[in-house]
Design a protein around this ligand. Sequence first.
Ligand code: ADP
Length: 153
Amino acid sequence: MKKAIFPGSFDPITLGHVDIINRALPLFSEIIIAVGVNTDKTYLFSLEDRVNFIKKHYANEPKVKVETYSGLTIDFCKKLNIHFILRGLRNPADFEFEKAIAQTNRKLSTVETVFLLTSAGTSFISSSIVRDVLKNGGDISCLVPDSVSKKLG
Ligand code: ADP
């Protein structure tokens, strides 16, 4: 059965991520949401919060698992014996960035990257916009799943 890893920062998970995950569920037997730990990055939410928001949202979806990882995504794929990386594409900037990473990953491994195009209704959503709205006291409930907005509300 085909398993995929959906790697990202998820700082925090948004309705854009949820759209990609939900649409990928029929394509894979299992999706492991791999929450990255990158010492060069500063996060708004702790690793524990980033993981728990996702776990809570997918509590009733047995095909979704949540893991944390550091280092190369392809090494994490190798460790779990997974051959597919799932990524979402929102715009040309995402495409150029993702193209270089996917091609590098193909050069260094046999892992294939599968892209899903963002849905029209969620293409504008990014974790960084959510963080900006939040820092300035705005309402993020239309941008994130309840597991995020309920904890902050
Ligand atoms: P990273 O730091 O690796 O970019 P993110 O958590 O920002 O991690 O994103 C993880 C993945 O989710 C990326 O493939 C990104 O393109 C995708 N993604 C984020 N927001 C959206 C959205 N609104 N629509 C489609 N894909 C999205």
